[in-house]
Design a protein around this ligand. Structure first.
Ligand SMILES: NC(=O)c1ccc[n+]([C@@H]2O[C@H](COP(=O)([O-])OP(=O)(O)OC[C@H]3O[C@@H](n4cnc5c(N)ncnc54)[C@H](O)[C@@H]3O)[C@@H](O)[C@H]2O)c1
Length: 324
């Protein structure tokens, strides 16, 4: 098993590489190391993988056609986990073209790579809970209609699912789309709420709560996600009606109010936050809530971590890493 992980210097990708290497796998990681957020954080994540001699890294921009083929011999790859993307809902209002480049062109380039990879057994790729749009209720099920994205980010993630569906039908490539639900943990992403709250609380600065704090999210701990992906790669996943392409939610199945997240960060930092309330931001959804029955039945996905355990682990990592 030689696994190509794209976005290997990213938050989820770097954790996944470590998990797969600890499982004894051969891993090829690629990433553009772009500057959407501090590239030094990405390099520091890669540094944690440098001790594994079964790990090889190449800097590649997947939006450049042929760039990956020039660095990685596709005939050696048996599995792909394609995580590289332009992430973030709010930035998609500012820089829409970055999303088209990485999430549409880059995704198509990965599918083309997969099409020519003769030893390839399975390609999993990152989609997002944002494809469910702005909905009430839940849990959200994979077969629910997803035709109302409220951000360009969500639209490009839906686009990735559509491109994948066509390649599965045309070429029979075994594909799994993974809809992640607000993933958090050590080595996390600096544009996400749990990170920003931690940074500001530790500096004694006020935090801004959009939508008067009335949002809820199905916060999912990073180790539960990497465990799920590792199980998926090891399982010959049953495909409904012989389909080559399946979609799975990877969430926690336990939505928490934004105020619960704030309380968990405050408790872990040992300080109460000064709070500023602001209107909902364009592109945000009010709620996410994953049904995880399909991933449980398909490959034994079994998230265990509540924010009361996971957030203190993030805050501890943050304080150690930044010495604050
Ligand atoms: N973290 C979450 O809560 C979450 C939720 C839903 C979906 N996702 C998806 O999961 C995946 C991983 O997210 P993450 O949180 O680790 O984000 P991240 O930004 O930390 O990681 C993505 C990595 O992809 C790289 N990248 C971007 N464009 C590239 C390109 N054109 N070529 C090569 N590399 C490129 C970036 O440099 C970055 O290191 C993404 O596809 C994201 O959309 C994440």
């Amino acid at each position: 098993m030689t696994i190509l992980v794209t976005g290997a210097a990213g938050f989820i990708g770097s954790h996944l590489c470590r998990r797969l290497l600890n499982d004894g796998r051969q891993v090829v990681g690629v990433d553009s190391l772009n500057d959407y957020y501090d590239p030094d954080l990405k390099r520091a994540r890669l540094q944690t993988l440098a001790g594994f001699d079964r790990f090889r890294f190449a800097q590649v921009d997947l939006a450049q056609s042929g760039a990956l083929e020039a660095q990685v011999d596709k005939q050696t790859i048996t599995h792909i986990v394609h995580l590289a993307a332009q992430a973030g809902v709010r930035y998609s209002l500012e820089n829409p073209h970055a999303y088209a480049q990485s999430n549409l062109i880059g995704h198509l380039n990965m599918l083309e790579f997969a099409r020519g990879a003769k030893a390839l057994k399975h390609m999993a790729y990152a989609s997002s809970s944002s494809v469910y749009g702005d909905r009430a209720g839940g849990p959200f099920v994979e077969t629910d209609e997803t035709r109302s994205p409220v951000s360009l980010y969500a639209a490009t993630k839906l686009g990735g699912e559509m491109l994948s569906e066509s390649y599965a039908r045309l070429y029979g490539i075994a594909l799994s789309g993974l809809r992640f639900f607000t993933v958090y943990g050590p080595w996390g992403r600096p544009d996400m709420a749990y990170w920003i709250f931690t940074e500001k609380i530790l500096r004694g600065e006020p935090i801004t709560l959009f939508s008067a704090g009335e949002m809820s999210r199905d916060f999912t701990y990073i180790d539960d996600i990497t465990d799920g992906i590792s199980r998926l790669l090891e399982t010959d996943v049953p495909r409904r009606d012989g389909r080559a392409h399946e979609i799975y939610n990877l969430g926690n199945n336990t939505p928490n109010a934004l105020m619960d997240l704030v309380a968990a960060v405050e408790a872990a930092c040992g300080q109460e936050a000064q709070k500023i309330y602001a209107p909902r931001q364009a592109g945000d959804v009010s709620r996410t809530f994953a049904s995880i029955d399909a991933a449980k039945a398909g490959f034994g996905y079994n998230p265990q971590t509540k924010i009361a355990e996971g957030i203190p682990r993030f805050v501890k990592w943050y304080r150690d890493f930044y010495q604050v």
